[in-house]
Design a binder for this molecule. Structure first.
Ligand code: NAD
Length: 326
């Protein structure tokens, strides 16, 4: 006899991307039937999804096709990347992601999807609350009055509101997770969409292989962030979906480090000495950290993987990629 999990049909959008790919694997290990959708297949490993559809989710008809017959939807598709990409493509990001977010949720509601999880971001928080490196961790209620730094934050905020009102007025149950800097293997590590941990792993691996110890850093490297390993991210997302909590919830680590400290940790893992070279570049807000009080209280859980352990896995994988491309 099939258990309840095997009978639940689940859609993961953005299943060709970093978090989506890992999340499909996680759901399959739990026994779910999974449909993955993306405009591209996963870059580094075959998907474990039962079905994988190549669909452009900016189009409503494609969203209807993607959500047909699904009980749960994890909405992870987005046109996004690290600071370099986000700070230089406001119009494209606002347009593409607004279309994806509105059409996916609307089609899910029309198709009778029971529960829908939206992947929002720490980038929704107001710029003025992130002006210092030694920043006060951000609580969920800090989102308003709204003043995100980039268009990426604005489209996420609008999609959060959409989820809240669709639940209130149209009956679909929604969950909203605000992710804080997720990193790990099988994510973008070159080409312009990579984020700081992956970019620094690539630069350190390159320094080790070439013998040139110089590593470029955008700005003075004293900007701060917290970083959350992918295994904790997928676990937290799943737990939130099972919970009855429908307001936005932070999901991240609350250990604040500077970009310079992050570089030092990666260099330690690689067992090399690097020479920091500050260059002009987009740095985002000066400091950002997650307040995990509500996460703890709501899910009785918080991320566990240490930054050192997560970076070790990530560096090992990226160093292999760099070596293979040299
Ligand atoms: P990613 O870029 O690796 O994955 C996103 C996927 O969406 C990509 O595979 C991309 O091809 C797909 N996509 C883009 N446009 C599409 C379209 N028109 N139709 C169908 N698919 C399309 O990013 P990720 O890191 O896996 O992020 C997943 C989700 O989590 C996104 O919503 C992102 O905004 C959010 N998020 C991520 C982080 C992070 O640190 N990685 C932080 C905050 C929020």
């Amino acid at each position: 006899m099939k258990n309840r999990t095997e009978e639940t049909r689940v859609l993961v959008t953005g299943a060709g991307g970093f978090i989506g790919h890992h999340f499909v694997t996680y759901l399959k290990e739990k026994g779910y039937w999974v449909r993955g959708v993306d405009i591209k297949k996963p870059d580094f490993k075959e998907t474990h999804a039962d079905e994988f559809h190549l669909l452009d989710l900016r189009r409503w008809d494609n969203c209807v096709e993607a959500t047909t017959g699904m009980e749960n939807v994890y909405a992870m598709a987005a046109d996004m990347g690290g600071m370099g990409f986000i700070s230089a493509n406001h119009a494209q990001i606002l347009r593409n992601n607004s279309l994806i977010n509105i059409h996916t949720l609307d089609a899910a509601q029309v198709n009778g999807v029971k529960r829908y999880l939206f992947t929002s971001s720490a980038c929704i928080y107001p710029e003025l609350k992130q002006a210092e490196a030694d920043v006060i961790p951000l609580k969920e209620q800090d989102a308003y009055p709204a003043q995100p730094q980039d268009a990426y934050g604005w489209e996420k905020l609008i999609a959060e509101r959409l989820c809240i009102h669709y639940q209130e007025e149209l009956g679909i149950e929604t969950r909203i997770v605000r992710l804080h800097n997720i990193f790990g293997p099988l994510g973008s590590w070159n080409g312009g969409r990579e984020k700081a941990p992956a970019a620094l792993c690539r630069k350190v691996a390159t320094a080790k292989l070439t013998g040139n110890p110089e590593v470029e850093i955008w700005g003075d490297g004293e900007q701060t962030r917290s970083f959350c390993y992918i295994d904790d991210c997928v676990e937290g997302i799943y737990r939130l979906m099972q919970s009855d909590y429908s307001e936005p919830l932070n999901l991240g680590q609350d250990r604040l480090v500077t970009i310079n400290q992050l570089l030092d940790m990666i260099a330690d893992i690689a067992e090399i000495e690097v020479v920091r070279k500050p260059i002009p570049g987009p740095q985002g807000v000066r400091g950002r950290n997650s307040d995990n009080s509500l996460l703890n209280q709501t899910l009785n859980w918080e991320p566990k993987v240490s930054l050192e352990t997560g970076l070790k896995h990530t560096y090992t994988w990226i160093a292999e990629q760099v070596k293979a491309q040299m």
